[in-house]
Design a binder for this molecule. Sequence first.
Ligand code: HEC
Ligand code: HEC
Ligand code: HEC
Ligand code: HEC
Ligand code: HEC
Length: 402
Amino acid sequence: MLSKDAIKLYVLGLSLLGLTAWVFFRENRMDWTDYQAEFKEFVTEKFGAERAAQVPTGIQQIWVKDLDRVDRCITCHQAVEWKGLETAPEPYRTHPKEILEKHPLTAYGCTSCHGGQGFSTILPDAHGNVEHWEEPVLGAEVSEAYLIKNSKALMEMNCNSCHRYDRETKGMDYINTAKKLVEQKDCRACHTINGRGGIIGPDLTFEGEKPTEQFDYGRLTGRHSVFAWQVAHFQNPKMVSPDSVMPNFGFSSQDAQALALLVMSWRKEPIPANYISGVQLRDVPTQEEIEKEKRMLEGEGAFFVQNKCFICHSVTSLGVDSAAKIGPDLSDAVTDVQSRFGRTLDDFLMEPTGTMSVVLATQIPLTTEQRQQAIALLKVAYQRKLEQQIKNASPSPMPTGK
Ligand code: HEC
Ligand code: HEC
Ligand code: HEC
Ligand code: HEC
Ligand code: HEC
């Protein structure tokens, strides 16, 4: 015998199942004609039959020749340019206005920002959540799969295919943060990005093109996606690539996600130049950066600037300041190398280990004479440091006499 409660639960369960099935059926069976009919009804209710009679019927599309896109999204999303439907349910809602002022629909279509399968007029195909389509509509569904809290963030990857050369773009908070981090941490110390930077790590200019199967997921737990790999790698490079010399910068998970979106947005898309925002087609160092470098080249530490050591190292005692400080200050390398590596500085620079073995083998191939020059200069640097310490430690000249 079933108890009363069990029967209640049973009935509840059945009705929930029924509801789910109905929703599923509706979602998968409604085609564009149903949405258009529903929209007409909706407009009739809200604005009257006369207005409803003007709603176009049949497949609607925006053809953008320059971007090679035919987007039929407006077949269902009929209200994008209407006034007064700002709070209507999707797909009958007015599109947020501000963004379309800078990017008129006739010139941009929909998929250039949102992704999705422009020519399709059925769901889920149109939203691209189907096999063999690599650019789904970047919204709530994909965000959930990626465990990214802000469902608007993913779309920024698409925005950045045209905005990659901007330092900052309104409405692209994640990408803006990531671009700042790339400057602050000077990823170019090791990576070439847009034709400028080092060769210790791989060229990242088209990192977004690297196919899923070329990543090694062996040490990754959870979902295997390029996004997951990138986030994990930013949070701990050595965990994902054990032999890596890429530093662990201690990124928060949000910063790591932002950087993952940025590097994944670096794709090789054929976008006509008039769709690329910003006048400069290559990011270049600022005037301030150029002047600082010039100043440092005139001091005692010029060697470390000329040979690009300063990309990663300050040598404070010789007036050399590194923006990124990826490696230690070399002012006291003489003693520091001894205590850290148990070797003399001379020994270390002739036969380096760790990051410096990679640096000197790839990016900065110093000759033996240049290494000797570096060693001699680092001894001077240590001397200067001691002198500066003594100067700072002793109070201003002691009053003599009584
Ligand atoms: C067959 C009708 C149909 C077509 C065609 C269609 N959509 Fe939708 N769209 C919907 C419906 C219904 C919803 C609301 C339910 C949902 O979110 O799935 C929606 C919701 C959305 C959302 C909000 C959901 C989110 O995840 O944030 C976006 C963005 C969107 N569509 C973009 C597009 C784009 C871009 C295209 C063209 C490539 C497109 N749609 C084509 C019916 C359609
Ligand atoms: C220039 C980029 C751009 C273009 C082009 C564009 N959109 Fe959007 N769309 C956005 C942005 C940004 C938002 C989110 C605004 C916000 O809520 O902050 C948005 C929001 C939406 C939403 C609401 C979903 C949500 O998450 O709030 C839908 C649906 C949508 N767009 C559909 C379309 C359709 C259909 C087209 C083509 C007719 C289109 N968009 C063209 C950038 C664009
Ligand atoms: C297909 C290329 C393309 C895409 C995709 C695109 N934009 Fe743009 N955007 C442009 C161009 C071109 C301009 C005009 C830039 C100019 O006037 O220098 C522009 C202008 C802007 C401006 C105004 C900038 C200013 O300085 O006045 C903002 C803000 C902006 N876009 C944000 C976005 C956001 C957010 C997205 C994604 C939702 C996006 N864009 C997607 C090409 C694009
Ligand atoms: C000291 C040198 C160094 C610095 C600084 C550095 N990286 Fe790396 N990076 C590497 C090396 C070496 C690899 C290849 C081994 C690995 O996968 O970690 C790498 C790998 C990567 C990869 C994966 C490339 C691929 O597809 O295999 C990305 C993305 C990346 N770095 C981004 C960054 C960013 C962004 C920064 C700045 C926040 C940065 N790196 C700073 C050395 C560096
Ligand atoms: C791409 C970044 C990078 C560049 C460029 C670079 N280094 Fe380094 N260097 C490092 C890192 C990181 C360390 C810390 C040791 C490690 O992680 O293996 C280091 C360590 C050192 C040390 C040991 C310092 C100590 O206190 O233990 C010396 C000496 C040194 N580097 C000299 C140089 C010289 C000279 C140059 C220029 C010819 C140079 N480095 C260029 C990243 C760099």
